[in-house]
Design a protein around this ligand. Sequence first.
Ligand SMILES: *Cc1c(COP(=O)(O)O)cnc(C)c1O
Length: 466
Amino acid sequence: MLYQSTRGAIRGKDFYDVLLGGLAEDGGLFVPETWPQFTQDDWRSLRGLSYAALAARVIAPFTQNVLTLPELEGFCRKAYARFDHPSVTPLVEIAPEQYAMELFHGPTYAFKDVAMQLLGHLFEDALQKRDQHVTIVGATSGDTGSAAIEAFKGRDRVSIVILHPYGRTSDVQRRQMTSVTKANVLNIAIDGTFDDCQDLVKAMFADAPFREEVALSAVNSINWARIAAQIPYYVRAALAVGAPDRDVSFAVPTGNFGNVLAAWVAQRMGLPISHFCIGSNKNDILTRFILDNDMSVQPVAPSLSPSMDIQVSSNFERLLFEFLGRDSALCRTTMQGFRQTGRMAVPTEAWHAIGTLFKARRLDDAQTRAEIKRIFESSHYIADPHSAIGIAAGAGNQKPGTPMIAAATAHPAKFPDAIEAALGFRPDMPPALQDIMQKPERYDRLACDLGLVQDAVRAHIAADAN
Ligand SMILES: *Cc1c(COP(=O)(O)O)cnc(C)c1O
């Protein structure tokens, strides 16, 4: 399996090039040159396998040439052994033919663990085989940073530095990062906003000598390996409710479009999925696009579902590329136009084709609280604000006779205030979250200054090497 950029200038990369490279050098996103196909019998043969065994078989076509199936299965076993539920991503029936697919049983209680835990093992293997060391740098307002730290703490050949805005993350989210005291992990609290943190990371990547000096790398949501690692749970859930002998639908609360893109890839590989329902909060660029072909950037507004407070859904470029008939020149000009004008000119035909497959629904904060209440009153299920938006998007777009599976992306205990406002009580804290509230924290606090941050990264690498 080889990979190319959506913008056409880069081709012939293998899975580990793409894993370590992140973004393609021409500014595009990596996609497989062809999509693997599974027959109905191939899907049926996955029934009854453990999560790790199923995941390895679904991901294997994408890692061809760099990993054997037993190697990949070994990494999946180690990655998913850290989940606190035996089926890793269990399905809970919340209404007839409506399910919550719980993706939050990993170490940080949000769905990003599912991909990130596997990436930790894949990075270590790739770097060992290539005899390299990298420094992963990222900015976070919440879930991504802690998932990355949990996946990479204590790993050989990787130093990791995560920037968060000082005083602007929730207590739980900050402590999930800063209570990790492994030598290869550095947390930096920046005096500034999340956007300031992200600008610092971009500036570090743009500084070519620095990028080379410390071998910068990233594990952000455009990394193809993260998408690949998110396909198996869609397969497992579909099989559990009767696929491939019947169609299923998925509903996904969406920010960067990575999670729902993985569901689309499963369909592209031959899994019979009827349609996809996207949920968004008041940052509703995707819903406006699906309903009105209005992909225009507006200011980001904070909401009850902070992991979806996003205006540019970076993974959308991969879907666009496919619906433009894999025309990389047109994809490039469309994306450049979007960057210049803040509005994406998607040809009407492509928009129609996307709209027959993708439905969308937007919920503001009051509607999100009402949905949390509705779900609890009808099924005694406690959905966090992100999951509630996904469930609502699915419930509003269900086809009779087709099961609807909604991705539950975060544990409600990560959002106790929102749950209390909706339901009048606070959700139980899992023991691991109670623990971190007692542990000592460790982080640097720095002004929003590129030079200071770069010096801190250098000092961290030097200390980690000893
Ligand atoms: C990241 C995240 C999302 C959004 O997922 P995308 O892949 O960016 O669309 C939704 N819910 C939670 C809890 C998340 O952490």
